[in-house]
Design a protein around this ligand. Structure first.
Ligand SMILES: [Mg+2]
Length: 294
């Protein structure tokens, strides 16, 4: 089990986060959103009925777009660099967020599906991803990404059964592979246009569709782009990998903005702690769930 530190307020969390970590996983519990501390966190993990997770950096340590940029012709790479710089230097609105991230995509036409498949074949999932995924019904899992549906699905199929990969929901842009080798990019699914939708809207739409309340949802993410799916009474856990080359602090300059939305912060390269905590308590009986006011 990880070391658990219950923090009453951001300053206490930050002072402990800033201290050097011992060689072990640490879970910081946000007492304002989880007043029962470790016990409440374990109960909420054990009783979660739906999983909403970011993909890049969270489910695996890689970043699809970073890797993909290596494959771009110079003109497209330059356009993408401008968009990325602009995105990271300011706080975009929901609409701008998508436009900035996806604006340069038309310049990328000519992708080869085999190339994308080969790329994601190198993306090893985080330890604990598979057992945590499998502790939920596959149709109650949403992978919520600013990436592209097709490679995420290909990636999932490498270590999940085809049934699990197909049952799992993937909120991401979808490529339509044309007969002449060109791709058409559509929205979350073929019925959704790419408009102002963010990870927040996709998470809410998914939870409504599977009829799981916010209180029974476990949400995992690793950066400020996940902020809109955190909070809302969900069990929201920020994953902060210990192994980032740039160090923990360079990775997360936005902790103060993220903290009020979080239930906990997991400092670890794996999800094993979450799996252990989810298994550490028995599941509530239906009567207990009803009494809890769910
Ligand atoms: Mg991420």
């Amino acid at each position: 089990m990880p070391r658990v530190s219950v923090c009453a307020g951001y300053p206490l969390f930050r002072s402990r986060f800033d201290a050097s970590f011992p060689d072990e996983d640490v879970v910081f519990v946000n007492q304002e959103n989880c007043p029962g501390g470790q016990k409440e966190l374990e109960d909420r993990l054990a009783n979660a009925e739906a999983l909403v997770s970011d993909v890049d950096g969270t489910a695996h340590p890689y970043h699809f777009w970073t890797e993909l940029r290596q494959l771009l012709p110079p003109k497209a790479a330059a356009a993408n660099a401008v968009a990325s710089r602009s995105y990271w230097q300011r706080e975009p609105s929901a609409q701008e967020e998508l436009e900035l991230l996806f604006g340069p995509i038309p310049a990328m036409y000519g992708w080869d599906r085999k190339v994308l498949r080969k790329l994601v074949a190198t993306f090893v999932p985080r330890i604990g991803f598979v057992p945590l995924f499998r502790s939920f019904r596959a149709e109650h899992v949403l992978l919520n990404s600013f990436g592209i549906w097709d490679p995420i699905h290909d990636w999932l199929e490498q270590f999940m059964s085809a049934e699990e990969a197909n049952a799992c929901q993937i909120a991401a842009l979808r490529l339509r592979w044309g007969v002449n080798g060109h791709e058409v990019i559509v929205g979350y699914d073929p019925h959704t246009a790419v408009t102002g939708y963010t990870k927040g809207e996709f998470a809410q739409a998914f939870l409504s569709r599977v009829q799981v309340s916010n209180h029974r949802a476990l949400v995992l993410g690793d950066s400020k782009t996940d902020i809109r799916m955190f909070g809302h009474g969900r069990c929201s856990v920020l994953i902060v990998p210990r192994s980032y080359d740039t160090g923990l602090h360079a990775h997360l300059s936005d902790l103060e903005a993220l903290w009020p939305h979080l239930t906990a912060v997991l400092v670890s390269d794996s999800w094993d702690s979450l799996v252990d905590m989810r298994r550490s308590v028995r599941l509530a009986t239906p009567a207990e769930v009803a009494a809890f006011g769910n």
